[in-house]
Design a protein. Structure first.
Length: 243
């Protein structure tokens, strides 16, 4: 992999990048068992690139909910081709998902926020909890300018929901800095981003956004609440409510 020091970046983005590498090394030293839950979105691809470049022992995995876009799942192969790394793909409990569908239908998440959160719980939260069990820390690619619920995002926090330390190393990055670094390092990214999807989740729960809309407006677009989280980052909602 080319030395990132040869890549031309805006001075502030270069500072962010160097700080990110230092921060990841510190996290890895403090938590040799740390895991990175990648959504395979552009921010997460940047974070994965940093982990792979530094050859850190941070395990990378992704949650395949069974409803992802083919373009999103295709990023697993792109990572293998570019970095020679096999990302662990975690699946939900099939029996639990089948029982939910049998009871409520395949698209019950459109009927109520409660049923949508139940679906997210089965397809995302339970698999994440299972994967993180026994580990001391996990990382995410969240950053503060993604949404209102993430505007008070801490770089490091104790995650009481999953019972371990949580790190958001990109917390103070802007979307512009993320894209600058991704393009400068020629990092592969989900092609849906070029089709108007700044935030990408499950296929039936995500649409492209219109000009001027919030970046997460395409997530669960039929819901009126601005607090759109699936349960993976429950602390974000509490931070917003206390602000």
């Amino acid at each position: 992999m080319p030395d990132s020091s040869d890549v031309v970046l805006d001075p502030q983005t270069r500072k962010q990048w160097n700080s990110l590498l230092e921060r990841l090394a510190e996290i890895s030293a403090r938590h040799p068992d740390a895991m990175f839950a990648s959504s395979l979105a552009v921010e997460d691809m940047l974070l994965a690139h940093a982990i792979f470049q530094a050859r850190l022992p941070i395990a990378v995995f992704t949650l395949d909910t069974g409803r992802l876009h083919p373009e999103t799942l295709g990023m697993v192969d792109k990572i293998a081709e570019r970095y020679g790394v096999a990302v662990q793909v975690v699946h939900p409990d099939s029996a639990a998902v089948q029982a939910h569908v049998a009871a409520h239908g395949s698209f019950a998440f459109y009927d109520s926020i409660a049923l949508r959160k139940e679906c997210c719980g089965l397809r995302k939260v339970e698999p994440l909890r299972r994967t993180l069990a026994g580990h001391s820390a996990w990382l995410t690619g969240q950053h503060r300018d993604q949404s209102l619920t993430r505007s008070h995002l801490a770089e490091s926090e104790y995650d009481a929901v999953f019972g371990l330390q949580k790190y958001n190393p990109l917390a103070n990055w802007t979307s512009e800095q993320v894209w600058e670094a991704v393009r400068a390092f020629d990092i592969p990214y989900n092609p849906l981003h070029d089709q108007g999807y700044p935030s990408i989740g499950c296929e039936p729960c995500t649409r492209a956004v219109r000009a001027g809309e919030d970046p997460r407006a395409g997530r669960w677009w039929w819901e009126q609440s601005a607090s759109k989280e699936c349960g993976l980052h429950e602390a974000n909602l509490k931070a917003e409510q206390s602000a």
